[in-house]
Design a protein around this ligand. Structure first.
Ligand SMILES: Cc1cc2nc3c(=O)[nH]c(=O)nc-3n(C[C@H](O)[C@H](O)[C@H](O)COP(=O)(O)O)c2cc1C
Length: 303
């Protein structure tokens, strides 16, 4: 019997639990000749802001042992260009579309949510709250009060499924997840990148133009997995796990630890077919283990 890979995130039903992570898959179109986009559970598009942003000065990428540092700095053409130029292509595919939004004020997050609420092809919003608040300087996701404030403000303005994407650069991520749940998020996704840096010992300068960047890839997997487990124990809403998932075994670790779905990020740069291979691998594992549906698998960790 074919296992049932469907999962529900808020009111959104995905045909399988595998998504591609924001910022690593463009808006989907960039990958159209490399894999069958219709097979992916959901495409999370690169974070967009209200107005266009140029991003950070180069260099913006450094390879690290078992991972990479990036400091792209939210380069994008703004929400209006996204709607005009990216939505028409997204209308031609059958995967769910989750649009990642980013801003430096609660008001701008609200404006983005309102603008996207009318766009039918957008199935859900992922709120990237790892952005510094212009008012306080600190990232919204750094403390529960500001995380609550931004998620709640977006929740009030949209009927779409709301996913709060959490930063791992905090003392207790489960507390932030609980604040997002209280604010009305339908799900939380974690983790975003870990802040890091690299130094060029010849020039004695930072390698990245922005000095610091975000670490992703296999190097962060055990920490991300631990955080997913902690959040799963704390909240009742679905948890979407990511951080260093390179293959289906990695994805299954997250699902067993409590993730209802996973996002594939850095792996897309190494193997553009990674997401489809992860879906096939999960299906194979379920078939071999006679697991009928995702409910039997999510959070089944034996402790
Ligand atoms: C080049 C690059 C760009 C990224 N851009 C974004 C972004 O725009 N918005 C966002 O929420 N996360 C962004 N991320 C973070 C990823 O979505 C993901 O949370 C993180 O990389 C951890 O997953 P991974 O180890 O599988 O890559 C970016 C990551 C990379 C490597």
């Amino acid at each position: 019997m074919k296992p049932d890979l469907k999962v529900k995130i808020g009111r959104l039903e995905l045909k399988n639990p595998v998504m591609v992570a924001s910022g690593t898959f463009g808006s989907g179109e960039e990958y159209k000749d490399l894999l069958d986009l219709n097979k992916i559970g959901a495409i999370v598009t690169k974070s967009i802001t209200l107005k266009a942003r140029k991003g950070n000065p180069p260099p913006r990428i450094v390879e690290t042992p078992s991972g990479m540092l990036n400091s792209i700095g939210l380069q994008n053409d703004g929400v209006e260009a996204f709607i005009k130029e990216k939505i028409p292509f997204l209308k031609t595919i059958r995967s769910a579309v989750i649009v990642s939004i980013a801003a430096h004020s609660v008001n701008d997050y609200v404006k983005l949510a309102e603008r996207l609420d009318d766009i039918k092809r957008v199935d859900a919003l992922e709120i990237n709250i790892s952005c510094p608040n212009v008012k306080g300087g600190l990232e919204f996701s750094r403390e529960p009060v500001s995380a609550f404030e931004v998620v709640n403000a977006v929740r009030r303005k949209t009927k779409k499924t709301v996913i709060a994407k959490l930063s791992p650069n905090v003392t207790d991520i489960a507390t932030i997840a609980a604040a997002a749940e209280d604010a009305g998020a339908d799900a939380v996704s974690l983790v975003n990148t870990f802040t890091g840096m690299a130094v060029d010992i010849d020039t004695k300068r930072p390698v990245l133009g922005n000095i610091v960047g975000g670490l992703s890839g296999p190097a962060i997997k055990p920490i991300a997995l631990r955080m997913v487990w902690e959040v799963f124990k704390k909240v009742r809403i679905p948890v979407i796990g990511m951080g260093g998932i390179m293959d289906s075994d990695d994805a299954l670790e997250f699902i067993i630890a409590g993730a209802s779905a996973v996002e594939i990020g850095t792996a897309n740069f190494v193997n553009p077919k990674a997401a489809v291979e992860v879906i096939d691998g999960i299906e194979r594992y379920m078939r071999q283990g006679r697991i009928k549906n995702m409910k039997e698998l999510i959070g089944c960790l034996k402790v």
